[in-house]
Design a protein around this ligand. Sequence first.
Ligand SMILES: NC(=O)c1ccc[n+]([C@@H]2O[C@H](COP(=O)([O-])OP(=O)(O)OC[C@H]3O[C@@H](n4cnc5c(N)ncnc54)[C@H](OP(=O)(O)O)[C@@H]3O)[C@@H](O)[C@H]2O)c1
Length: 310
Amino acid sequence: MSNLAVVVDPDAPGRLVLKPVPEPVPDRGEAIVRVRAISLNRGEIRRSTMAPAGWHPGWDLAGVIERAAADGTGPKVGERVVGFLPEGAWAQRVAVPKNALAVLPEKVTFSQAATFPVAGLTALLALGKGGMLLGKRVLITGATGGVGDFAVQLARLAGAHVTALVRRSDQVASVRQLGAHEVVVGDEIPKEPKYDLIVESVGGRTLGTALGALQRAGVCVTLGVSASAEVTFDAREFFVAGRTTLSGFYLFTELGNEPASVGLGRLADLVAAGQLSPHISLERPWKEIAQVAQDLMARRYPGKAVLTLD
Ligand SMILES: NC(=O)c1ccc[n+]([C@@H]2O[C@H](COP(=O)([O-])OP(=O)(O)OC[C@H]3O[C@@H](n4cnc5c(N)ncnc54)[C@H](OP(=O)(O)O)[C@@H]3O)[C@@H](O)[C@H]2O)c1
């Protein structure tokens, strides 16, 4: 029985191909998951364009437990799960630590679940940096992307007054439908109104102007640079608000504080309850990964792309 995986091949169009890899060898605290759906994220695709031949990308997976962890803990054989790996998740069979797995309620599909790990957890944990959000003003930039889509919905669920920033006016209706009360169009955040929390993933001009749009004691969480990592800002706009914070966010670091299983379980419960709806705009067989990855980098679709395995 061979184990196919997505592997970097610099000679292949799109640099990503399916190739046989060795069977996973689990530690005592790891389960073997038969993967049924995966989703793609900007960071891992960016890395796969530079990674050496043979690298196995992949963070997000959903599937069925084929072999439970040898230490007797965690999900049982046959249970449906969602899981997160620091790399190599895009394979037919993978070994996943039990604290990076959550059991799926019946109502949650594999495709929905595959969107949770990076996009969903990033949105959930970044919003957590704002503390209690009830009645607070929250701005989500990159609101049409994988992270932004979850963040708008979750901020609304948490009781915030939500503003979404999008690039084009034809995107306004879709983010309103997600729950945004207000929408800003363009790459600049106006100085008024001020926000208690800004979840910022665009960088460049957007991050530069975000720093002047914080309420006193407000927090800007910077987690991505989809447009540009180079940022200039007017320092005076930043310091006159007093006690404002620019807070760096990196999911891999955050998961050192709280295992992925916790947030994954919360997201799954919200979806099962009909309160959260992952935005899957593309669902394809995984053999199309190279094309779907290129479409992601070119922003040819909003929300998330999911690939399914047989
Ligand atoms: N720090 C972390 O731990 C962490 C975790 C997850 C993600 N990230 C980063 O956060 C960012 C958002 O992630 P994602 O999964 O939501 O990405 P995504 O699905 O590709 O979405 C990108 C979002 O940024 C917007 N955008 C604005 N200017 C852009 C530009 N010049 N190029 C591309 N997009 C632009 C897009 O708008 P349109 O829809 O108009 O294209 C879209 O809303 C990415 O940079 C990602 O690498 C970081």
